[in-house]
Every structure is written in C-alpha cells, then in structure tokens.
Design a protein around this ligand. Sequence first.
Ligand code: SAM
Ligand code: SF4
Length: 364
Amino acid sequence: MSNKIDNLLVKETLTRDELSFLISLEGVERDYFLKSVGNKYVETLGKKVYFRGLVEFSNYCTKDCYYCGIRKSNNHSERYDIDDQAIIEAAIFAHENKYGSLVLQSGERSDTTFTSRITNLLKAIKKATNGELGITISLGEQSEEVYREWFEAGAHRYLLRIESSNKELYYKIHPEDEKHNFETRINCLKTLQKIGYQTGTGVMIGLPLQSYEQLADDLLFFKDMNIDMVGMGPFIEHTETPLYAHKDILWPLQRRFDVSLNMIAALRLLMPDINIAAATALQAIDPMGREKALRYGANVIMPNITPTLHRKDYTLYENKPCTDEGAEDCSNCLSIRVEMAGREIGYSEWGDSKHYFKRQGKSN
Ligand code: SAM
Ligand code: SF4
C-alpha cells in the first residue's frame, strides 16, 4: 500500500481516482500519507506560516444558504454590525502585532450603503497602517464594478468559496433561485481573477450525501480554475438551519475532520505553490485541528481578532472556537501552537500566493 502512496507522491499530476483514493485513506496508510506530504512540503517550500487577523464584522446577510447559522431566515440569530472605528482599531492591532494581513468577512449584502462603506473602510485601514497591512476580503457575490472599486481601494485578495463544485450538490445546500446561482458564483471567481485579485475559493467537507469522488472533483476544480488560495474545512451542522434535518446521515465529526486533513494534503500535492488556510472549523472538532492542518500542507492561519463582544454572534455552526477570548490571548496561544506544529511565523509578511505571481508571469 505505501508503495502505491510513494508513487502518487512523486507524480506530476493526479487523476480523479488517485485523488479519491488519497482522500479516503484511513489508519496507518493515512498517517504515512499525511506525514510524507508534510515532510515533502517543508523541504520544497519551507516552514513559513502566515497570519491573517480575521474580523467578522457583521452577521447581517441577505442570503439563505441551507447550512449557515447566520442565514437571513434564522430569526434566532442576534444580529450585529461592528462600527468602522472598532474595525480600524482591530486592523491597527493586527499591524502592531505583526500579523501582516487582515481578513474582513461578513454576511452578504450588495446595497450601495454597504458597498460604499466597505470602499471607505478599506481606504481608512490602508491609511491607518501606512499601506503596510495586506487586506483580504470575503464579502460574497458582487458586481464587477464593486469588486473593482474595492480592489482599487486596497483589497488585494478575495475569498469566495464555491462550497461544492458539484452543481447538483450545490443546489441541495442552497435554494435554487436567482440569489444562489451556481454559474454566477463561478463567474464571480473569474471576474475576481480578471480584475487582478489573488483569488481564493474552497468547499465544505462532509456535507450530506457528499462522496469522495465529488471531493476529488472539488480539488480538480481548484486546479482547472487556476485558483491562488484555498480555505476548506469540515461542514458542521447548526440546529437552526434546514440541513440540520440530515444530521443522522452525516459522517461522524471525526471522519469529517480526518477527511478534511486528507483533502488539504492531497491539494498540497496537486497545487504545491498555492496558499492553503487551516480553517477555523477544524478547531471546532479537534482543539489542535488547525495545527494538524499546518503539519500536513496548510500555510495560512487566521487568528480571530473580532472584538470579543460580538464573536459569539457570528455562529455559522455549533461549537465555534475562541468565541470568548480577547484578540491578544488568541495571538499568544496561536504563536505557541504554530511552533508546536514545527512551523515558523512570517511576521509582518503579506505571505502572498506564489501561484498568483506565476499565473501573472511575475516573480514575487
Ligand atoms: N457571506 C460570505 C460568503 O458566503 O461567501 C462570507 C461569509 S460565510 C459565513 C464564510 C464561509 O462560512 C462560507 O463560505 C461557508 O463555507 C462557511 N460556513 C457557513 N456555514 C458553515 C457550516 N455550517 N459549517 C462549516 N462552514 C460553514
Ligand atoms: Fe450568508 Fe455567507 Fe452564510 Fe450564505 S454562507 S448565509 S452568504 S453568510
């Protein structure tokens, strides 16, 4: 068996069957595969891990994704919107603590009050941090004009998960309507790339009725789309969402976690030069979840620096970690954790995706 894994470790590219095989590994073969990818990755790309301070600044959302705890129809969600000054202060905290970059994330809104606010906020953050803080945004589907406006205001990376690249599964986890259109989501990714963003996507792992083959297709989707960054992690059910009705057919949490690490390692083989984030949802299952991801292929971690008062309300799924710690506690605990994973922190570095520069024909 390890012979087969050894052969796959050195292959130029991997087929759907080979990826499904790797994603579904268990037991000693799985341990062997994960450790081999970890070692190979450190030899070729080094030990650096980059921090992105995550600010989940608002949980108002106009969409109704069937899996998400802050979906519009969840009347039990306590809604909040952090004011601009507090967001700028969080950005200054990230800058002073040498995080290198910031991620701004929220529910999806496309009204001009919101989009203009973001433009002004991006400019204010750039100004307050001498243009030194990198900014990633994750604010859902927007028009090309809005994406361009935000890019010009200072955002240079964008995260928009496809959630599942399988159209049929996509419509099992989203309403089939104009607001949740599969092709629109793919077109948004293409628009982001055209504008010049480092473009990130990702999927949830362990969705109801999801197969290893579909997960393998997700990895091939990232490659076909020439994606620069990926953030993917386990699906975790939330009681106040429609998908909760399927909780009995889900893989056990531990299996969702294990397969998520297999996905990260398999993706690292398939796309050696992209950025891969250690998703927060990993930590909701295993307290050392993100560190394990760093060992086996991930190179980005996103300490949550959302002002603590509101953290508990950005509840996408049950058991969300670090909802009651201050930002400082969070960063201290993380630096120790990163070192325990045998990695080094790239302090004050943007940690851009090497793949992006290759795609653009530039060197970074
Ligand atoms: N609203 C924006 C969007 O959807 O692109 C950004 C914020 S959204 C909360 C960020 C990500 O949270 C989604 O892309 C989704 O993959 C993840 N998420 C939502 N509900 C989840 C759940 N129950 N389990 C795991 N991840 C979840
Ligand atoms: Fe809104 Fe994003 Fe949650 Fe969908 S995943 S309901 S768009 S916050």
